[in-house]
Design a protein around this ligand. Structure first.
Ligand code: ARG
Length: 588
């Protein structure tokens, strides 16, 4: 129960008492803090429905709510807004309740539901590049937030490790190293443990094989054949493919580890291979999958639909399976093996059509039973300083490890400019710089709504001034050091007293909004609400801290109360940052 929802309930029952819809009693933080702390705007809608004067309804509601001891003042404004101010006693009491709650007021969500989150999508033979950044940062944050609210969540990396690219690589490796034992069809194993290729080799061979597949029909045919042989289990191909996968996973997980982005399961497209045959047969026998020009497709638009969506490709005319085929089988896996209640895909917005097709086919084919949620949480692009999608000089997508190579150096420069951590041991300084750099990159991303694109400007993101991750770290660390100093002077936190200054009220009100920010981030699949909130809370704390000189305050009760408020603020800031995937150093 939060302050806001308590008020909403109070207003809701007043609406009900007047025979009006109780949901109209919703209460939101005021747009005009000079007029009130909260407002209830339901009288306007109620008046429209009841064909009455909104101000009259507002007045009737107010006269009921006014009697509540928690309300200080109510004022009717404009066409029928009710501006609300709560008593300082109640504000203090609500803050103490928040402080006593391990979830800081966030109400636990349905713990029965099991969410599968898809926010990886890296591919074998390709190191993580800039296209994987947002999906990782946003997905990780969403996972942490859902978990914080008590949900059951499984993050699945969904590795792209099957499909025709694997056949292409097999052919290209054979061109380079034809003598490898993996290509000897008479050989029966065992195969060497050491990989004959590194991730660097794969990264180099991949574009070569892709280009040849496009320009040389014979090469393309060989690659398709190799794919089919691999998928049907040719031992040498499977063994070599396993090396491709292992060296790729090693490189990929290294970068995810650096980013502090984790997955609970490392399933890949290959894990659903055995499901595909039976699934296709079933869809065919149901009449959901149909033959079309030698291919098998699933029609996903009814003929009368105005915006027709092209059919989903299930089996290509050469017999191969498509991207959508593995995604469909993966839904089956998520329903049956993972026992999920829904899957949310944090994937590039440019894949919208793909997901629309897959989700529709999954419903038509009964692969996703009705209550199973399927959602594409669309992700925007990372742009360069010129405002177009970030590319290297050669026009490639920059690798994440190159993109992140400078963050420590830039963070150090920024710390130096602010005079931070300058006399710390070198190892600690560099550990702090890494956290500052991570905060810069993650907050730079998460402060934008997931569907918008943004300009990747590491210098700006790394500054301690403005709306940045480092600024938020600085606020948290400043409170840590305040608490430490208080401890050294044997000053401890005490009970939270009714606030007497506006800066104090504003801070307590902001603290009370944490659950609302978390709830918005969850329902809208949009962690930027937590990012925005954390920034606002930090501002509210700074204004409080400027006026309330905690350590020099003579009244021990007031000092204790302020210290408790500072400690609670730190907890909320650190928790918010953790939900964003950002870790706070102990000092800097
Ligand atoms: N590997 C895919 C790609 O590179 C992204 C996978 C996203 N997830 C999914 N279930 N399709 O485009």
């Amino acid at each position: 129960m939060t302050l806001r929802s308590t008020l909403a309930e109070l207003f809701g029952s007043a609406f009900a008492e007047l025979g009006l819809d109780p949901t109209l009693g919703d209460v939101v933080p005021s747009q005009r803090p000079d007029l009130g702390q909260f407002q209830c705007n339901g009288a306007m809608a109620a008046a429209r429905a009841a064909k009455r004067n909104p101000r009259d309804i507002a007045a009737e509601v107010a006269s009921i709510v006014e009697a509540d001891a928690r309300i200080a003042t109510l004022e009717i404004a404009g066409p029928g807004f009710v501006n609300i101010v709560v008593t300082d006693e109640y504000l203090a009491e609500a803050t103490s309740l928040t402080a006593g709650d391990e979830r800081l007021g966030v109400s636990p969500i349905d713990g029965e539901a099991h969410w599968i989150l898809d926010y990886g999508g890296p591919n074998v033979a390709k190191e993580l590049h800039v296209g994987h950044l947002r999906t990782a940062i946003i997905g990780e944050s969403f996972k942490r937030t859902l978990r914080f609210a008590g949900a059951r969540v499984t993050g699945d990396v969904h590795l792209g490790d099957w499909g025709v690219q694997m056949g292409q690589l097999l052919v290209e490796v054979r061109n380079e190293q034809p003598e490898l034992i993996y290509f000897d069809e008479t050989y029966r194993g065992p195969y060497p443990e050491e990989s004959p290729v590194t991730i660097g080799d794969l990264q180099r061979l991949y574009p070569i094989s892709a280009a040849k597949t496009k320009s040389e029909p014979a090469y393309a045919a060989a690659a398709r054949l190799a794919t089919v042989d691999l998928q049907s289990g040719r031992p040498g191909y499977r063994a070599l493919w396993q090396h491709f996968r292992d060296v790729s996973v090693e490189a990929i997980s290294q970068v995810y580890d650096d980013l502090d982005v984790g997955f609970d399961v490392w399933l890949g497209e290959s894990s659903v291979h055995d499901r595909i045959g039976p699934m296709v047969e079933r869809l065919e026998s149901m009449g959901v999958a149909e033959e079309s020009d030698g291919a098998v497709v699933v029609y996903v638009s009814a003929p009368e639909e105005e915006h027709q969506i092209p059919p989903l490709m299930l089996v290509k005319s050469d017999g191969g399976y498509a991207y959508a085929t593995t995604d469909l089988a993966t839904i089956e896996e998520r329903v049956e093996d993972l026992e999920g209640s829904g899957a949310i895909y944090f994937v590039d917005a440019r894949q919208s059509l793909h997901f629309e097709q897959v989700f529709r086919a999954a419903r038509r084919g009964g692969i996703a039973p009705d209550p199973f949620v399927l959602e594409h949480a669309k992700i925007g692009t990372v742009n360069g300083l010129d405002g177009t999608p970030l590319k290297t000089r050669d026009g490639d997508l920059p690798l994440l490890r190159d993109l992140l190579a400078d963050i420590e150096a830039i963070a150090i420069a920024s710390m130096d400019a602010k005079g931070l951590a300058d006399d710390y041991p070198a190892a600690e300084r560099s550990a702090i710089a890494w956290l500052v750099g991570m905060a810069a990159v993650k907050f730079g991303d998460l402060s934008n709504h997931r569907t918008s694109s943004y300009i990747f400007d590491l210098e700006r993101f790394s500054s301690f001034e403005g709306k940045t991750g480092p600024y938020l770290l600085y606020v948290a660390v400043r409170i840590t050091s305040l608490l430490k100093k208080a401890g050294e002077q044997s000053i401890g936190p005490g009970p939270i007293l009714p606030p007497a200054r506006d800066v104090e009220r504003a801070l307590l009100l902001k603290i009370s909004e944490f659950p609302d920010a978390v709830e918005r981030a969850i329902t809208l699949r949009a962690p930027n609400h937590v990012a925005e909130y954390c920034y606002e809370l930090s501002g509210a704390f700074n204004r409080f801290y400027e006026q309330c000189h905690i350590l020099s305050e003579a009244d021990p009760d007031l000092r204790g109360s302020w210290l408790a408020i500072a400690g609670l603020t730190r907890r909320v800031v650190v928790t918010s940052l953790d939900l964003l995937g950002i870790s706070v150093p102990e000092r800097m």
